[in-house]
Design a protein around this ligand. Structure first.
Ligand code: CMP
Length: 152
């Protein structure tokens, strides 16, 4: 099973979309394993977005992620990284496919509601950055067999 960090960013929180975004991840069959509602420190923002340092939107991105609380979560499932990124849609909401969160609720890249890990390697780094190991909850979800069990 893969895990992904998912952030509902300040615009998602301020616009009252926390429940809608969680609902879509639950509907997809993913399992919530950690969650916390929090302000993001400048240091955490800079570490999380270090790969974007020097880009024209970097300073604005740091200010944006620190501008209001975020909902930080870890979601788990088979192929969770690809599934979650598909559910979120493309970074630029005007390119995101209809039915995705970014298509349905956003217009511009700098207010694109969510962040999700883009690879297994980055998910491990991001989860370790945002959560302590003891904050990750181990549990069984009763529909897992119906979602992921192979017929072979
Ligand atoms: P996220 O998935 O959190 O990863 C980096 C973020 O930078 C991205 O979502 C957007 O919020 C933001 N971003 C990416 N490209 C642009 C852009 N061209 N202009 C402004 N913000 C951007």
């Amino acid at each position: 099973m893969e895990r992904s960090l998912v952030l509902i960013k300040p615009d998602g929180v301020q616009r009252g979309l926390v429940g809608e975004i969680i609902k879509r991840l639950e509907q997809r069959g993913l399992k919530l394993v950690a969650a916390k509602f929090m302000w993001v420190s400048d240091q955490l923002a800079q570490t999380h977005y270090a790969v974007h340092f020097g880009k024209p939107f970097y300073n604005g991105l740091i200010n944006y992620i620190c501008s209001a609380p975020v909902m930080a979560m870890v979601w788990e499932g088979q192929d969770a990284i690809a599934a979650i990124r598909q559910t979120m849609g493309a970074t630029n909401p005007t390119v995101a496919a209809p039915g995705t969160i970014r298509h349905d609720f956003a217009i511009i890249s700098s207010r694109n509601l969510t962040h999700a890990s883009d690879s297994v390697e980055n998910s491990e780094k991001e989860i370790a950055l945002w959560f302590k190991p003891e904050e990750l909850v181990t549990w069984s979800k009763i529909d897992e067999e119906w979602l992921f069990k192979s017929n072979n």
